[in-house]
Write a new protein. Structure first.
Ligand SMILES: Cc1ncc(COP(=O)(O)O)c(CN[C@H](C(=O)O)[C@H](C)O)c1O
Length: 344
């Protein structure tokens, strides 16, 4: 029985055409700045996001953590929404690598409001008791929010509050191209208010490895130093960068297919007895699925697997399904059939 892997869009494998592009890549030593394909990808992504420069990174986590380190000094504080990837899924890197504290602001479906950001900013006290709030990080699309998106207008409104208080702004744009395609807007419009933006090539875009961090030339120069310090300097990485150039050319518009499939899956599951799906949160390629009270994640995942469907567990009673390049309409049909059989 074929298996449809809905655990994450990180599971996408390079297509044959992408592998050919990788095999043809011109390469050089990127630590010496001599890999022409990496340089080309960095220029292309900087232009895509409307930034002066960009830096190729082995992972989205490293792109975020280098950004935090570049914006802050030990003892500073950063503001994150309570379900942010930087807060939950990056190994406490903000503390271990940057020595900063976090103020988690309450969001709705993973998205912050200007009021929540304003309330999270440490008032400069007369004494030096407080950490200094230095950086606001947003996530677009918001993973644990359900793959929800910030609009350009809401992003700008949050940036106004941050700028009024002298904060720097970083965007965890792991799925920024999903957010842009879902809204029919230019990625550069969503990136515009930010000092730094990370984007992932290794998720829905189908690359085996890679993210980029974009920002001003001065910011990227400073980030370059921290990437090296964190061990992220790479040598003939053009083989990986070629996948990114290929993906930017061929795999961006098709993200709409992933969103359509996620929507179809969500609407079918929402109709099943005992399952809970927040359809308002299904805005891109993710479907969070609430199980019946008392259901056991492991048992459900095993039953789904036995029916050829892999899903991810988020927390007790909550699963996640993510559509991507390697999921087709037949895979969605199989997932609907499997959940239907189990929900009875
Ligand atoms: C918003 C966001 N920002 C950053 C990252 C980190 O990217 P990588 O370090 O995995 O390349 C992820 C990965 N997300 C992964 C997933 O969704 O399966 C897991 C949870 O780490 C992400 O969702």
């Amino acid at each position: 029985m074929p298996t449809v892997d809905l655990r994450s869009d990180t599971v996408t494998r390079p297509t044959a055409a992408m592998r050919e592009a990788m095999a043809r890549a011109e390469v050089g030593d990127d630590v010496m700045g001599e890999d022409p394909t990496v340089n080309g990808l960095q220029e292309a992504v900087a232009a895509l996001l409307g930034k002066e420069a960009a830096l190729f990174m082995p992972s989205g986590t490293m792109a975020n953590q280098v950004a935090v380190r570049t914006h802050t000094e030990p003892g500073d504080e950063i503001i994150l929404e309570g379900t942010a990837h930087i807060y939950i899924y990056e190994g406490g890197g903000f503390a271990a690598l940057s020595g900063v504290s976090v103020c988690c602001a309450p969001g709705e479906r993973g998205l912050l409001t200007p009021a929540a950001v304003a309330a999270a900013i440490r008032a400069p006290g007369s004494l030096s008791h407080f950490p200094v709030t230095r950086l606001l990080c947003l996530e677009n699309s918001a993973n644990r929010g359900g793959g929800t998106v910030y609009t350009p207008a809401r992003t700008r409104a949050l940036a106004v509050v941050a700028r009024e208080h002298g904060l720097a702004l970083h965007l965890d744009g792991a799925r920024l191209l999903n957010a842009a395609v879902a809204q029919g807007v230019d990625p550069a419009e969503l990136a515009e208010p930010f000092d730094s933006v990370s984007v992932c090539l290794s998720k829905g875009l189908g690359c085996p490895v890679g993210s980029l961090l974009a920002g001003s030339r001065a910011f990227i120069e400073r980030a370059h130093r921290f990437r090296k310090q964190f061990g992220g300097g790479m040598r003939q990485a053009g083989i990986l960068a070629a996948a990114g150039l290929h993906a930017l050319e061929r795999h961006v518009d098709r993200l709409a297919d992933d969103h359509r499939r996620a929507r179809r899956l969500a609407e079918a599951l929402a109709r099943l007895p005992g399952l809970e799906v927040d359809l308002e949160a299904v805005q891109t390629n993710m479907v969070y699925i609430g199980l019946p009270a008392g259901a056991d994640n492991a048992a459900w995942l095993a039953e789904l697997k036995a029916r050829g469907v892999l899903a991810g567990a988020v927390k007790p009673g909550l699963l996640r399904a993510v559509t991507h390049l390697d999921v087709d309409d037949a895979g969605i049909d199989a997932a609907i059939d499997a959940f239907t059989a189990l929900a009875r």
